[in-house]
Design a protein around this ligand. Structure first.
Ligand code: HEM
Length: 500
């Protein structure tokens, strides 16, 4: 009797599994995944991925095509490397690819991914993004912040003058400058313990890029999660972040209660934190928010506003030091335009044509976010290949910015290449996408460009630059760091001599 029951049970399990396999085979037979390199059991294509990933994605795409599927541990990802496909997916089919992939690190450090960058496309994301744009990132408000930019840039100039003739770490100074501009604009002052905040920003952008073990082997990480070193490290970072951000919120809340004033900005009006606290109290939001949501968005703004701008200024200085002819031309334009007009600098800077070309060329070769991370919202068929809902999509803008089909001498730094082209940041040219595209395109373009243009113009106007004794421009190590935003691995050390 027992034997009969066992045989019947095993047969039932066998038929169940067989049917499941048949159904999945039939349903998959019409669905063709994008091509890709051969996959090994368990690790998939991980053995073919080295750092930085955008470089090896380009090499693999050259063999397997501009729409390529990779198996990264337990997960799959589609890598997109052609402007045509990027346009199709980010614009024509928008918002089908407007989700973000889940990241175990973002879940911890960004308060269950409730920030703007990592939240899923939907009402919550729309509400929080709109608040940031209306209160901080629109053109009118960015113009208002010119006194902050002027003040922080003159601090930077003073500190460089103090160390004139000596070797200084310019990377550190620029990072701290961009961080102060962003913090003062968003929360009415620099935060206490700015050093810890800067370290947290740098570490977190490295960890949320989706290449951590927890993201590649989610089932394993669920089992081993509590033991994982990364998880403990992230939780420690979150605790440090809480101390800093709770203090910012508490300071704002105290002013609201004690002084009856919810106006903490340097201009006597509300800053972003005040606005968040007010709308939270009023309770009129479609989707109510708590303090964690406010902290998540604030950390987004600090990080997105600091790393991207400072890395662009840093790369621009590196390229200018490697190309003295370009440096001389940019300085000549500036010194001519600003001669006798030093009080009008904010108005003149946006009209500096060559400086703008230098910035565009820097962002072409060194896009601060080289891979635009997206996820597919609902199943889509692209060029006959099926991309299932939830699939991670990695748009390799770094590769498109260096594709010889669209650029002459793509590896060379030549700002003049933009001279006769109408290529703009928001112009719909999909081989130049430093700010992404579509509904999730960067909302901080105006803010970021204003910081970059003003700081770079002042660095070039006020100083002559050289590398430390014995170092030549061509010796500079151009290796990139790994992370969501990409900075140069080595800090830039320079000698600045004031220009009279
Ligand atoms: C040089 C400057 C900057 C560059 C190159 C840059 C680049 C990018 C890119 C490529 C994206 C992803 C877009 C996409 O998915 O299509 C992005 C998103 C974002 N950026 Fe920027 N960014 C810059 C400056 C800023 C600044 C200054 C801020 C804020 C102060 C900011 C805030 C954001 C936010 C909140 C998102 C997420 C948008 C969303 O998911 O809806 N960025 N940025």
């Amino acid at each position: 009797m027992l034997e009969l029951i066992t045989t019947l049970t095993l047969s039932a399990i066998f038929f169940f599994l067989f049917n499941k396999w048949k159904i999945s085979r039939n349903s998959n037979s019409t669905k063709k995944p994008p091509p890709g390199p051969r996959k090994l059991p368990i690790i998939g294509n991980l053995h073919q991925i080295s750092n930085p990933p955008f470089r090896c994605f380009r090499a693999l795409s050259n063999q397997h095509g501009p729409l390529m599927q990779l198996k990264l541990g337990e997960t799959t990802a589609v890598v997109v490397s052609s402007p045509d496909l990027a346009k199709r997916m980010l614009k024509d089919l928008d918002p089908s690819f407007a989700d973000r992939p889940q990241s175990a690190a973002a879940d911890i450090i960004l308060y269950r991914s409730s920030d703007v960058v990592f939240s899923q496309y939907g009402d919550y994301w729309r509400q929080m993004r709109k608040l940031c744009v209306d209160e901080l990132l629109n053109a009118k408000t960015v113009r208002l912040f010119r006194s902050i930019r002027r003040d922080e840039t003159s601090r930077l100039m003073d500190s460089l003058r103090e160390s004139s003739g000596r070797v200084v770490n310019l990377t550190e100074k620029i990072f701290s400058h961009s961080s102060s501009v962003t913090c003062r604009a968003a929360c009415g002052g620099v935060v206490e313990d700015g050093e810890t905040l800067m370290k947290l920003m740098a570490d977190s952008t490295r960890m949320v890029s989706g290449f951590e073990v927890a993201d590649l082997f989610p089932s394993l990480s669920r089992i081993l999660g509590a033991l994982s070193w990364t998880r403990r490290r992230l939780e420690a970072m979150r605790r440090e972040l809480d101390v800093i951000l709770d203090d910012v919120i508490e300071r704002h809340r105290r002013n609201r209660v004690e002084n009856g004033s919810g106006k903490n900005s340097e201009f006597g009006s509300e800053d972003l934190v005040d606005v968040f606290l007010r709308v939270q109290e009023e309770g009129q939001l479609r989707i109510p928010i708590d303090n964690d949501n406010i902290k998540a968005v604030l950390f987004d703004i600090f990080t997105a506003g600091t790393e991207t701008s400072s890395s662009t200024i840093d790369w621009a200085m590196v390229e200018l030091l490697r190309h003295p002819r370009v440096m001389a031309k940019a300085q000549a334009e500036l010194r001519q335009a600003l001669k006798g007009n030093s009080t009008q600098q904010d108005d003149i800077v946006p009209n500096l044509k060559y400086l703008k070309l230098v910035i565009k060329e820097t962002m072409r070769l060194h896009p601060p976010a080289p891979i635009v991370l997206r996820a597919c919202k609902e199943e889509q068929v692209i060029n006959g290949y099926t991309i299932p809902a939830g699939e991670k999509v990695l748009v390799n803008i770094w590769a498109m910015h260096r594709n010889p089909r669209y650029w002459d001498d793509p590896e060379m730094f030549k700002p003049e290449r933009f001279e006769n082209q109408s290529l703009d940041f928001v112009g719909g040219d999909y081989h130049f996408l430093p700010f992404g595209a579509g509904k999730r395109m960067c909302p901080g373009i105006t803010f970021g460009l204003a910081t970059i243009e003003f700081a770079l113009s002042q660095l070039l106007y006020n100083f002559d630059w050289k590398l430390p004794e014995g170092l030549r421009g061509e010796d500079l190590d151009m290796t990139e760091n790994v992370g969501l935003t990409v900075v140069r691995k080595q800090n830039l050390f320079v000698v600045a001599t004031p220009y009279n």
